[in-house]
Design a protein around this ligand. Structure first.
Ligand code: HEM
Ligand SMILES: *[C@@H]1O[C@H](CO)[C@@H](O)[C@H](O)[C@H]1NC(C)=O
Ligand SMILES: *[C@@H]1O[C@H](CO)[C@@H](O)[C@H](O)[C@H]1NC(C)=O
Ligand SMILES: *[C@@H]1O[C@H](CO)[C@@H](O)[C@H](O)[C@H]1NC(C)=O
Ligand SMILES: *[C@@H]1O[C@H](CO)[C@@H](O)[C@H](O)[C@H]1NC(C)=O
Ligand SMILES: *[C@@H]1O[C@H](CO)[C@@H](O)[C@H](O)[C@H]1NC(C)=O
Ligand SMILES: *[C@@H]1O[C@H](CO)[C@@H](O)[C@H](O)[C@H]1NC(C)=O
Ligand SMILES: *[C@@H]1O[C@H](CO)[C@@H](O)[C@H](O)[C@H]1NC(C)=O
Ligand SMILES: *[C@@H]1O[C@H](CO)[C@@H](O)[C@H](O)[C@H]1NC(C)=O
Length: 208
C-alpha cells in the first residue's frame, strides 16, 4: 500500500486532516471518568437494575435496546430520553417509528438517575447511565461483564427524522442492514454477533 514515501506521507496527512476535522472524536472515554466524583456509580446502577428486574424480567432487554437506539444516531448521547420541547425545537425520538410503542424502560432510567443523583448530584450524564444500565442488564442475565467506558456528554437536541431512517428496521435486507451498521463503524461480523446476542437476551428476559 505504501509503495513510496510520498504516498506514505499523504496517508498520514489524510489521517491528520480527518482528526482535526472532528476534534470531538479525539476526546477519549475511559472507565475511571467518575472515579473522583461518583466512584460508586456502577454499583448504584446495578442495584437499581436488580430491583427493576425483580418486578419485570424483561426490563433488562428493554434497557439494552434503549442504549442501542440512542447510539445509532449521532452517538450515545442520551438524545432518546428527551421529550418534546417546542422552545428548544425538540421533536422527541420517542415518537420515531422504531421507538413509538416499542421502546420501554424510561421510568427505570428515571429511577436509576434519581438514585445516582442522591449520591452524586449533577455529575453523571444520562447517556452514561444508559451505557451502564445496558452493561448491568447483560451481566445480570449471566452474560459477560465489562468496564464501561464513561464520560459521554448529554445531547441538548433530538433528531426524530434521523431516528426514523438510521435505526435498522425489521423489514430491511442484508445490504441495507450492512450499510446502517457500517455507518456506525460496525461490520458484518458485528451485525451477526449483535443480532445473535440480542435474540439470546430477548428470549432470556422474556423467559420464552
Ligand atoms: C440488526 C438489526 C435489528 C433490527 C431490525 C431490530 C429490530 C427489532 C424489533 C422489531 C424488535 C421488537 C420491538 C417490539 O417490541 O415491538 C426488537 C427488539 C429488541 N431489540 Fe432489536 N433489532 C436489531 C438489532 C438489535 C441490536 C444490535 C440490539 C442490541 C444491541 C437489539 C436489541 C433488542 C432487544 C434487547 C429487544 C427486546 C426489547 C424489549 O423486550 O423491550 N436489537 N428489535
Ligand atoms: C478520563 O477522561 C477524563 C476526561 O477526558 C480525564 O480528565 C481523565 O484524566 C481520564 N482518566 C484517565 C485515567 O485517563
Ligand atoms: C455503593 O452502592 C451500593 C448500591 O447502592 C451500596 O450498597 C454500597 O453501600 C455503596 N458503597 C459505598 C462505598 O457507598
Ligand atoms: C410529542 O408531540 C406530539 C405532537 O404533539 C405528540 O403526538 C406526542 O405524543 C408527543 N410525544 C411525547 C413523547 O410526549
Ligand atoms: C402507537 O400506538 C397508538 C395506540 O395504539 C397508535 O394510535 C399509534 O398510531 C401508534 N404509533 C405508531 C408510530 O405506530
Ligand atoms: C417519524 O416517523 C413517524 C412514524 O412513521 C412519523 O409519525 C413522524 O412524522 C416521523 N418524523 C419525522 C420528523 O420525519
Ligand atoms: C433500503 O434502503 C433504501 C435506501 O434508503 C430504501 O429506499 C429501501 O426501501 C430499503 N429497503 C428495504 C428492504 O428496507
Ligand atoms: C436490498 O434492497 C435494496 C433497495 O431496496 C436493493 O437495491 C438491493 O439490491 C437489495 N439487496 C439484497 C441483497 O437483496
Ligand atoms: C470486522 O471487524 C473485526 C475487528 O473489529 C474483524 O475481526 C472482523 O474480521 C471483521 N469482519 C469482517 C466481515 O470484515
Amino acid at each position: 500500500m505504501f509503495s513510496s514515501s510520498s504516498s506514505y506521507t499523504s496517508f498520514f496527512m489524510i489521517l491528520l486532516a480527518a482528526f482535526s476535522l472532528f476534534p470531538l472524536a479525539r476526546a477519549q472515554l475511559n472507565s475511571t471518568f467518575y472515579s473522583l466524583n461518583c466512584p460508586n456509580v456502577s454499583a448504584i446502577v446495578n442495584t437499581a437494575m436488580q430491583q427493576a428486574l425483580q418486578s419485570d424480567p424483561r426490563i433488562g432487554a428493554s434497557l439494552i435496546r434503549l442504549h442501542f437506539h440512542d447510539c445509532f444516531l449521532q452517538g450515545c448521547d442520551g438524545s432518546i430520553l428527551l421529550d418534546n420541547n417546542s422552545n428548544r425545537s425538540i421533536q422527541s425520538e420517542k415518537d420515531a417509528a422504531p421507538n413509538a410503542n416499542s421502546t420501554r424502560g424510561f421510568d427505570v432510567v428515571d429511577n436509576i438517575k434519581t438514585a445516582v443523583e442522591s449520591s452524586c448530584p449533577g455529575v453523571v450524564s444520562c447517556a452514561d447511565i444508559l451505557a451502564l444500565a445496558a452493561e448491568s442488564a447483560v451481566s445480570l442475565a449471566g452474560g459477560p461483564s465489562w468496564n464501561v467506558l464513561l464520560g459521554r456528554r448529554e445531547s441538548t437536541s433530538a433528531n426524530q427524522a434521523l431516528a426514523n431512517t438510521s435505526i435498522p428496521a425489521p423489514f430491511e435486507n442484508l445490504s441495507n442492514l450492512t450499510a446502517k451498521f457500517n455507518a456506525m463503524g460496525l461490520n458484518v461480523t458485528d451485525l451477526v454477533a449483535l443480532s445473535g446476542k440480542f435474540l439470546f437476551l430477548y428470549f432470556y428476559f422474556s423467559k420464552i
